[in-house]
Design a protein around this ligand. Structure first.
Ligand code: T6T
Length: 315
């Protein structure tokens, strides 16, 4: 079985990198992440660049300054003058990003969704993301385990309405909470993906809800803000914080006890698979419409054995 696997793997790479039977000459891929200078997307970019190099393609990344559909639209429109062969994009809004992406697709560029997705995924030849509903469930199970049978209230911090990934995580969390009747949700709060807003929501929840026992932060920015809110109130360790992602500051926070658990994604794999699918589409090879990247539950006890899942600040 090992030999078969190896052979399959080898032939895939030879086919991918060969210029010999090249179907088209444009070897330019574009990557438009959700926001610039953020470890999740940097790790995705690292995975995409390494894979593209192997396959004889180049990746040009242009990221908006904020996680914002209008700013991301500007980046998409800027592709107009020299359209890439394929665009890997993490749409920041599941509806508003449809029209600008459609325009790029109309010019013949193949579209691959990485991480977030449009509600209408039919434009994309392939979409790659974590199983975010499952990640939310895992977060609820982890929180329930952490608090044991103790009753209490829990807060969910989401990012911006229309973000497919964090919405799915919040949904999965709420679904799983039904299996843990001692844990009472005080609802989902939106934070505009700003750590300061997440911190303020935590401060307010601590004031209004004396039995607050846990917080689920659906991504890196909400997690970093929640940790600040708990720190400011002197509640670190008293209120359990389960975060998503594994940025350097979240990893430090897990080690120091600010977070009790992190659900880490594999953004480098999402970037790598995004390139693989784009190249397959361009070279008329079989393309997989939907791919799921693995999740890893990190705790203080297992984090050092799982350091390969920590996100990068640079490649
Ligand atoms: O959690 C990731 C990503 O999966 C999500 O779509 C948006 O937020 C992050 O980039 C982390 O900040």
């Amino acid at each position: 079985a090992a030999a078969v696997l190896l052979a399959a793997c080898g032939s895939g790479q030879v086919g991918g990198s060969g210029g010999g039977d090249s179907v088209q000459n444009n070897k330019q891929l574009a990557l438009i992440p959700g926001v610039q200078a953020e470890p999740f997307y940097i790790s995705m970019q690292c995975g995409a660049e390494a894979e593209a190099k192997k396959l004889g393609y180049t990746v040009t990344t242009s990221a908006p300054q904020k996680f914002d559909a209008a700013l991301q639209t500007e980046k998409v429109n800027a592709l107009g003058s020299s359209p890439p062969a394929a665009l890997l994009i993490a749409p920041t809004d599941d509806t508003a990003m449809l029209a600008p992406i459609q325009q790029v697709a109309n010019r013949g560029t193949k579209i691959v969704q990485v991480d977030t997705a449009l509600k209408d995924s039919s434009l994309a030849v392939s979409s790659i993301s974590s199983d975010n509903v499952e990640g939310g469930k895992l977060a609820a199970q982890t929180l329930a385990q952490l608090v044991g049978d103790k009753p209490g209230s829990v807060l969910v911090l989401d990012t911006i309405a229309g973000t497919s990934t964090t919405a799915a995580r919040a949904q999965g969390f709420s679904d799983e909470l039904k299996n843990h009747p001692n844990l009472k949700s005080i609802g989902i709060q939106f934070t505009q993906n700003e750590p300061e807003q997440a911190a303020a929501k935590v401060t307010a929840a601590l004031a209004s809800t004396p039995d607050l026992i846990g917080i689920f932060a659906t991504n890196l920015n909400t997690g970093e803000g929640a940790a600040t809110g708990l720190r400011n109130a002197g509640k670190i360790g008293q209120v359990n914080l389960v975060g998503f992602d594994a940025s350097p500051s979240e990893v430090d926070g897990l080690r120091s006890g600010e977070y009790q658990a992190l659900i880490a994604q594999d953004p480098a794999m999402i970037g790598q698979q995004g390139v693989d699918q784009a190249v397959a589409a361009l070279e008329n090879k079989p393309v997989t419409k939907t791919l799921t990247a693995p999740l890893h539950s990190l705790t203080k006890a297992n984090m050092d054995a799982n350091s390969q899942y920590f996100y990068k600040q640079q490649c």
